[in-house]
Write a protein that binds this ligand. Structure first.
Ligand code: ZN
Ligand code: ZN
Length: 343
């Protein structure tokens, strides 16, 4: 049998199952690992995704898109393939795709994070012969602190600003990162305000049963109360007229890229919080080992470094060229010379 998954111009294609995984061009059947823009694109005839992700996927595609949800672990048959979805721990509804055909098992990871958090089902290692892994932060320099330490830093920064009568603004990707920050905030400090791009995602999370602290739109909060507020806004809101109402505020950016001094400098914010929804280097290695795969195919991120390292570990490894980006790539636009920030 040839390879179960190959790269076609439309995207990753499962040959015996006749479907695509996160295709970047419209196709007949798309299996979607999660609803980030670079993985969930418009125009396909049918979409299949994990049940907890149906709500968010619908907010990103359209009301009338044909979307089917299946429970994590539920097996369905498509052509010659038995397919199931397993939690990837990345964002609400994110999954790894397990494909079995004639005793051979392949798993495509989508984006994943190994550390558990309160906003989505935790990453589940799935045994397979071939593992297709992402590598967004696939360099040994990327190591995350436990998320509680980051939440403590954020809460401390917010409290200090509030006590000084200054509003706190965090720029964070609207889907996933924003809700994860929310899950760690101490609402006793002051009101929590979310930008109009963030609030619909909060609603989808709450509808899926994720507990988030109360949030308001800026128009619902008295001007005086804004001085104690924490505001969550997408990176695109930085420098926009929408920001004017917060006056002399302290601003911050939350992303894994904040580990890089150059990325912090480019955002020119007061604080950078290193919080990522992707696995760090040890996380990638733990996850890959846990699959017991003898063959690993590396996609978007640091492909050459990961492939070389995995080959040194005695695995068979290769790269797949894909058109996935990174939801936080705005942070790394125009990398400075000598900086590893090419995602
Ligand atoms: Zn993603
Ligand atoms: Zn991705």
């Amino acid at each position: 049998m040839g390879d179960m998954v190959v790269v076609r111009k439309e995207g990753l294609y499962c040959v015996p199952g006749d479907f695509y995984i996160d295709p970047w061009r419209p196709v007949e059947r798309a299996v979607i690992t999660h609803a980030h823009g670079d993985h969930a694109r418009h125009g396909s005839a049918h979409y299949l995704t994990a049940a907890p992700g149906v709500g968010v996927l619908r907010t990103r595609l359209s009301e009338d898109a044909s979307i089917e949800g299946i429970a994590y672990g539920e097996k369905i048959r498509h052509k010659d393939v038995t397919l199931s979805l397993h939690p990837a721990g990345h964002v609400l509804g994110s999954s790894q795709v397990r494909m079995e055909c004639g005793g051979e098992v392949w798993v495509a990871s989508g984006d994943y994070k190994v550390e558990a958090d309160k906003t989505c089902a935790p990453f589940e290692p799935v045994c397979c012969h071939t593992f297709i892994t992402e590598s967004t932060f696939g360099l040994p320099i990327y190591r995350w602190e436990p998320e509680q330490d980051i939440f403590d830093d954020i809460n401390r920064w917010w409290r200090k600003n509030a006590d000084e009568g200054r509003c706190s603004v965090i720029f964070a990707y609207a889907f996933g990162k924003a809700q994860r920050i929310l899950s760690g905030l101490d609402p006793a400090t002051g009101p929590i305000v979310c930008h109009g791009a963030v609030e619909p995602l909060n609603r989808a999370y709450r509808a899926a049963g994720v507990a988030l602290p109360p949030t308001s739109m800026v128009t619902d909060v008295e001007k005086a109360a804004l001085r104690r507020a924490l505001v969550i806004a997408p990176p695109s809101a930085a420098g926009s007229p929408w920001m004017k109402r917060f006056g002399d505020c302290s601003d911050a950016f939350a992303s894994g890229w904040m580990l890089l001094r150059g990325a912090r400098r480019r955002r020119s914010v007061d604080r950078g919080f290193v919080l990522s929804d992707h696995a760090d280097w040890p996380g990638l290695m733990t996850a890959i080992r846990a699959t017991e795969a003898e063959r690993v195919i590396v996609t978007h991120g640091s492909i050459p470094v990961m492939v070389r390292w995995l080959c040194q570990q005695g695995l068979s490894a290769a790269g797949f060229e894909t058109e996935y980006g990174d939801e936080d790539e705005a942070v790394t636009a125009a990398p400075l010379a000598g900086e590893a920030a090419d995602a």
